[in-house]
Design a protein around this ligand. Structure first.
Ligand code: FMN
Length: 346
């Protein structure tokens, strides 16, 4: 059994999110209590060509362990080669195979969720990687519940993946056709967890510690994976742990602490040195800043200002201004309808 599931640990995974869960954000979420990390997906080809961007996507530090590197592709033997290469480079704690990505660019090359409707190829990919990697590191998979409402086959797919040697399976409770619309179907996730003996990690729409506790109590999942809610409110990991331990809902994180976190995020991103300069780092942070405004007083004001922010100093000034003026802002200014990035940017 993977060590992070031992003793009924019920790990909280940070969901892989392209353009979001980079080295810096993973580090911050780890500090806030996320147990297991998965890098955003990288193409097997990118790894084979030692592409620089791919290297950046897969970077992690030891404090983030256990960390998995997520691969997508449709050519099993080639993906196995890529998996071995990434193990040589980084020695991740596991390799994760993406069978859930709905994005056209991936699906049109028969990667991601397209394999949910081609189980023989899915099995070939999973088996090739598991055999290729051998006992160097465990291999896991992430799937959706099916291709569309007419093909909800996740329990069967979980069986296949277990037979192919996957040591844990994360199930996002939506079909490929749903994208991010509708609600995650936790009944199907539960069926998956009861269909196999390897741990199933439930994923979809978790936004509070109470959600985590409810899914733990009412399904057979061995852990949960949190994505979009962590993007807006990474303290969720800490709060979920507290809720699981005590049954109490901690008070929402104060504005000062939020700003300290946001400024640290910005500084770490700039220090990381993966952008040609501070300006580029801050530009790439803008959409992330927008997500942090969800539910905040003065959110509209902040979003306007975030759309042009281009230095840490500017962000510091903005923090001071916001903290100073927030007492005078209207409660209903916390409109956050456009803050959640529901669309995978890849
Ligand atoms: C911006 C964004 C990028 C994503 N990128 C990936 C990815 O690279 N690999 C993957 O398996 N899933 C990816 N996902 C899906 C998430 O891992 C997760 O399954 C989904 O958001 C549902 O969980 P949630 O309701 O907690 O957000 C992405 C989702 C979002 C919103």
């Amino acid at each position: 059994m993977l060590p992070w599931f031992k003793n009924d640990a019920f790990p909280l995974y940070l969901a892989p999110m392209a353009g979001v869960t980079d080295l810096v954000f993973r580090r911050l979420c780890k500090e806030l209590g996320a147990d297991v990390m998965v890098t955003e997906f990288v193409s097997a080809e990118g790894i084979m060509q030692a592409d620089e961007r791919t290297r950046i996507y897969t970077e992690f530090d030891d404090a983030q362990r256990p960390v998995g590197v997520q691969l997508f592709g449709a050519d099993g033997p080639r993906m196995a080669e890529a998996a071995k290469k990434i193990i040589d480079w980084k020695q991740p704690d596991f390799i994760d195979i993406n069978f859930g990505c709905p994005v056209k660019k991936v699906v049109s090359k028969n990667g991601g969720s397209s394999l949910l409707k081609d189980c023989p190829t899915l099995a070939h990919v999973a088996e090739s990687i598991a055999k290729g990697v051998g006992d160097r590191v465990p291999v896991t998979a992430k799937i959706r519940i099916g291709w569309d409402q007419h093909l909800i086959n996740a329990p069967e797919v979980c069986h296949i993946l277990e037979d192919c040697g996957m040591q844990a399976i994360a199930v996002h409770g939506r079909t490929r056709a749903q994208g991010y619309s509708g609600e995650a179907d936790w009944e199907v996730i539960d069926q998956c967890s009861r269909a196999v003996s390897v741990p199933v990690i439930g994923n979809g729409d978790i936004t509070s510690g109470a959600d985590v506790a409810r899914r733990r109590a009412t399904t057979g999942v061995s852990g949960v994976m949190i994505g979009r809610a962590a993007m807006a409110y990474p303290w969720l990991f800490r709060e979920a742990k507290e809720y699981l331990a005590t049954g109490l809902v901690p008070p929402t994180v104060a504005l000062e602490e939020r700003w300290t976190f946001i400024l640290r995020h910005a500084r770490l991103l700039v220090e990381w040195g993966k952008f040609p300069g501070e300006r580029y780092a801050m530009q790439s942070l803008r959409s992330r800043l927008m997500a942090y405004t969800k539910g905040l007083k003065g959110g509209k004001f902040l979003r306007q200002r975030f759309s042009t922010v281009s230095s840490v100093a500017e962000l510091e000034d903005l923090a001071a201004e916001h903290l100073d003026s927030v007492a005078h802002l209207e409660e209903d200014d916390a409109d956050d309808s456009e803050t959640m990035l529901l669309v995978d940017p890849t």
